[in-house]
Design a protein around this ligand. Structure first.
Ligand SMILES: Nc1ncnc2c1ncn2[C@@H]1O[C@H](COP(=O)(O)OP(=O)(O)OP(=O)(O)O)[C@@H](O)[C@H]1O
Length: 247
């Protein structure tokens, strides 16, 4: 499986007003790009625009893939909300993608992923019987099950406690190595652990942020990571949600 690079360029319009841009968001092939920025800046909209999904933000511009092919069938997208089917159990939810495409799911792989996200023994549980963090891990397992070369993750670890979050970050880094990943997060520490490229969307523009020298996944408590976290936090305090908004 070869993961393509992806470039989105243009201006994002919301109700006729510029929300962001003109800008260029380039996702290097086979690498993790992490995107931080204030609420309402347009991060989720960028993700959905790349996935070719409906969004309230209209892109005056375009999205291109380095191999010339489109997004069809090769993007796994994990939304901010878990989007689990309440009438299916955990196993059914994780195996849903192949079923919807009319192919036979690899149930051994689905079970292995459920175990990898720490939910072994809960295969028969319905989403309504799970905590928010457990549901989020089912959604993560479902995304990993897709085995796509491009993976778009919208705050995939936001409902997890610190220890589980670190474990899921490591799992995702391992299983998605070599894929083109865009991760939207509000956590500077998370972005600094996982990014090959770190961007901040604020005041309608993208800014490239420096990263520690060590390759990801970086230790959360490494001195370089902690120092970078402080700088990033200060940068985030100085940005606002949309183009033209007061900083
Ligand atoms: N369905 C919708 N209808 C109208 N406006 C919308 C809709 N979805 C998003 N917006 C608006 O588009 C803008 C960008 O939203 P988006 O969700 O992309 O921001 P975000 O940076 O991901 O925010 P957050 O960090 O809070 O998730 C916001 O001003 C939001 O109010």
């Amino acid at each position: 499986m070869t993961a393509p690079g992806i470039t989105l360029s243009g201006r994002g319009l919301l109700g006729g007003q510029t929300l962001f841009g003109p800008l260029t968001l380039a996702l290097p092939a086979g690498r993790w790009t992490c995107l931080l920025g204030p609420s309402g800046a347009g991060k989720s909209s960028l993700l959905r625009l790349i996935a070719g999904l409906d969004t309230a933000v209209r892109l005056e511009g375009g999205v291109s893939f380095s191999d010339g092919a489109g997004p069809q069938g090769r993007i796994a997208y994990m939304a901010q909300t878990d989007l689990l089917c309440p009438w299916l159990d955990v196993l059914g939810n994780v195996a849903l993608g192949p079923r919807l495409r009319g192919t036979r799911p690899d149930m051994a792989r689905a079970r292995a992923l459920i175990s990898a996200v720490g939910l072994e023994g809960r295969e028969d549980a319905r989403p309504g019987a799970l905590s928010g963090g457990q549901r989020q891990r089912v959604a993560l397992a479902r995304t990993l099950m897709e085995d796509c070369p491009v993976v778009l993750l919208d705050e995939p670890f936001s409902a997890l406690d610190a220890r589980t979050r670190a474990g899921m970050q490591d799992l995702a880094a391992r299983l998605l190595a070599g894929r083109t990943v865009l991760l939207v997060t509000h956590e500077p520490g998370e972005a600094l652990r996982l990014a090959h490229r770190l961007l901040m969307l604020g005041d309608g523009a993208l800014t490239e942020m420096p990263l520690p020298d060590a390759p990801p996944p970086r230790a959360p408590d490494a001195p370089d990571t902690l120092t970078a976290q402080g700088s990033l936090f200060r940068a985030l305090l100085g940005t606002s949600g949309s183009a033209g908004a007061p900083a």
